[in-house]
Design a protein around this ligand. Structure first.
Ligand code: AVJ
Length: 322
């Protein structure tokens, strides 16, 4: 593809990336239990805040998962002698990818899939420079929909890579559908290496999503600030508070924005009333015990090959075979 055409294609989809926020907010706030989908956290400010979260002492997932990739990279690679292509679902986890690429010299292709053209281009360029023997094949797509791989990847052994416990943002039935689609993408004999946060004591979980420094609070409240910036909304940010709860029945952390008073908010011509204590549900982060996750994997017709965990047994990385 010529660079000019590719840039035009990116621009077309980039418009779609930004679009959707207004509809999602207007629809979500009209529901009896107000909500805004968590994928809208990641504007420029939100992405920077998420980076900050990953470095917090209280937020153990990133550090724990990184320790697994660094400590067990050779062991993971030893299970995958036939694998030639690493297909990353959602790029932007540069440090984790680098750890895997270093551990797997048998790889010939790296194919990051991302909906953000900007992220994709940035990561592809940086990795090409550092791994000159690796063919980098960026795929500009929404990995939540079926993804068609380019021809050069069809006949070679594929490992899908989905770190960060991003699967925790999905409802379990959606997680199952997602796994089944990944299985279609890697084909028979292909693999998936996936990082998933584990169930643990409520205190540790809640602290990770309500850190003492208040970075996660700022991350959550940025959703309202973003609505003010992009949708002409008039949210009073001091009228809402960040809340993180562990819903033990459902096995998930929930993030909410709680209205501290009775108030009305305007978004363009629409008006939304809040009672004191009413919340906007902004994120679910499902946690899976290893037995639960392996059951889910089997339901998607993946066979669990191996499981790795960190020294504190907080996080897990699963190798599944199609
Ligand atoms: C990006 C889904 C892995 O659920 O832990 C971190 C997002 N939200 N702190 C998570 C998040 C608040 C994160 N994931």
């Amino acid at each position: 593809v010529m660079l000019k055409d590719r840039a035009a294609a990116f621009e077309a989809i980039d418009g779609v990336e930004e679009g959707g926020f207004r509809d999602a907010v207007l629809r979500g706030l009209a529901l009896p239990h107000k909500m805004i989908p968590s994928r809208f956290f990641y504007d420029e400010r939100g992405s920077a805040l998420f980076e900050d979260i990953t470095r917090l002492e209280a937020y153990y997932p990133t550090r724990s998962e990184m320790a697994i990739f660094e400590g067990h990279g050779a062991d993971i690679a030893a299970h995958l002698p036939e694998t030639r292509a690493l297909v990353e679902f959602g790029s932007g986890s540069s440090l984790k990818i680098r750890a895997m690429l270093k551990a797997m010299p048998q790889l010939t292709h790296y194919a990051p899939i991302d909906i953000s053209g900007e992220m994709l281009t940035r990561e592809a360029q940086a990795l090409s420079a550092d791994f000159p023997d690796l063919e980098v094949v960026p795929i500009h797509a929404d990995f939540m929909s079926p993804v068609e791989l380019p021809k050069e990847l069809r006949e070679i052994g594929k490992l899908a890579f989905f770190p960060g416990s991003t699967i925790g943002n999905l409802e379990p039935y959606e997680a199952l559908e997602f796994l089944a689609r990944v299985r279609d993408t890697v084909g028979t004999g292909g693999h998936l290496l996936i990082g998933v946060d584990r169930k643990k004591d409520t205190e540790t979980l809640v602290r990770a999503y309500d850190d003492p420094e208040g970075v996660t609070a700022a991350f959550n409240l940025n959703l309202l600030a973003r609505a003010n910036r992009e949708l002409e909304a008039d949210f009073d940010l001091s009228g809402f508070a960040h809340e993180a709860r562990y819903n033990a029945d459902r096995g998930r952390i929930e993030m909410h924005l709680k209205s501290l008073k009775e108030q009305a908010v305007s978004i363009g011509a629409c008006r939304f009333d809040f009672t004191e204590g009413e919340t906007i549900h902004t994120e679910n982060s499902y946690k899976y015990a290893p037995d639960e996750f392996r059951l889910l994997a089997r339901a998607a017709r993946f066979e669990p090959v191996a499981t790795w965990t960190d020294a504190n047994e907080r996080f897990a990385v699963y190798l599944l075979q199609s």
